[in-house]
Design a protein around this ligand. Structure first.
Ligand SMILES: [Zn+2]
Length: 251
C-alpha cells in the first residue's frame, strides 16, 4: 500500500472580495488567500496538483489581484521540493480557472489529467464564469499529453480523481492514500474550512460565492465527506492555515 504525504506549496497570494469565498457576503471588503500547488510524495512518480497563477485575467469584474506568482513563483515553490515543472510525471488539474492552470504549458513531460466536462466548459463557459477562464492559458494544453477523464478515475494505486461538480461544471478533487487514511484535496469546492464547517445552523456547509450549480455543489461536498473517515483529512483549496504544512499532520 502506498502512503503518500502532501505538501501545499504557496506560489502566490490572491486578493478577492469576501463574498467570493462566502456566498452573499461583503463585496466591498477584500481578503488575501494563498494560491497553492500540491506536491504529492511517496510514490515512484513525481505528482503535482494544479499549475500556478500569473496575472489576473484582462476582464476582471471581481477585481482579483495577485501578489507573487508567475513562472518564477511556481519554479521557486518546486525548487523547495527539489524539482521543476519539466520533471513532473503526473499533473492533475482540478479545474481550469486562471489561478489553477496558468503554467500548465511548462509541464512538457507530464501526463495531464483534466475532466472532459471541464475542458468543454472552459471552451464555452457560462457567461458568469467567462472572466475566470483565460484561453491563452488553456489553448497550449492541446499540444501536451492531455488525458480527458469522465467521472471518478484511478490514476495509480492510492491516487484517485473524484468528480466534484458545483464550483465549475467539471471540477475534480484528488483522493490520496495516507498513513491516516484517505485524504481529499478538495480544491475550490471549499476555499477554506469555513465552507466545510458552516458557521450557520441552517446549513451543514456554507457555499462559496462562485458556483455553476449549487445543488451539485452540496452533493459534491457530501461526496467528499463520505470519501474520508475524518474531516480533518479534507484540504480546502485556499486555506491560509495549510501554508508550510506537510499533510496529513500528526494527531
Ligand atoms: Zn476556481
Amino acid at each position: 500500500m502506498v502512503e503518500f504525504t502532501i505538501k501545499p506549496l504557496k506560489v502566490a497570494e490572491i486578493r478577492a472580495p469576501i463574498g467570493v469565498g462566502m456566498m452573499l457576503h461583503d463585496m466591498t471588503q477584500t481578503v488575501d488567500a494563498p494560491v497553492f500547488v500540491w506536491y504529492i510524495e511517496g510514490g515512484r512518480e513525481k505528482i503535482l496538483v494544479d499549475a500556478g497563477v500569473g496575472d489576473p485575467p484582462k476582464e476582471n469584474p471581481l477585481e482579483f489581484s495577485v501578489r507573487g506568482g508567475g513562472e518564477r513563483g511556481l519554479r521557486n515553490a518546486l525548487e523547495g521540493v527539489n524539482t521543476s515543472p519539466e520533471e513532473i510525471d503526473i499533473l492533475i488539474l482540478t479545474h481550469l480557472h486562471f489561478d489553477h492552470v496558468a503554467f500548465a504549458k511548462l509541464f512538457k513531460n507530464s501526463r495531464i489529467y483534466v475532466q472532459r466536462e471541464e475542458w468543454e466548459a472552459a471552451l464555452n463557459p457560462l457567461p458568469t464564469s467567462r472572466p475566470l477562464y483565460d484561453r491563452r492559458l488553456i489553448d497550449p494544453l492541446e499540444r501536451l499529453d492531455l488525458v480527458p477523464v469522465e467521472g471518478d478515475w484511478e490514476v495509480s494505486t492510492g491516487l484517485k480523481l473524484l468528480h466534484l461538480p458545483g464550483h465549475t461544471e467539471g471540477m475534480q478533487g484528488v483522493v490520496v492514500s495516507t498513513r491516516l487514511g484517505k485524504a481529499v484535496l478538495a480544491s475550490d469546492l471549499c476555499y477554506t474550512y469555513m465552507n466545510l464547517n458552516s458557521p450557520f445552523p441552517h446549513t451543514p456547509f456554507y457555499p462559496i460565492g462562485i458556483y455553476t450549480d449549487l445543488r451539485k455543489w452540496f452533493d459534491s461536498v457530501w461526496k467528499v465527506v463520505r470519501t474520508t473517515t475524518d474531516r480533518k483529512l479534507i484540504y480546502p483549496g485556499h486555506d491560509p492555515t495549510l501554508e508550510d504544512k506537510t499533510l496529513p499532520e500528526e494527531e
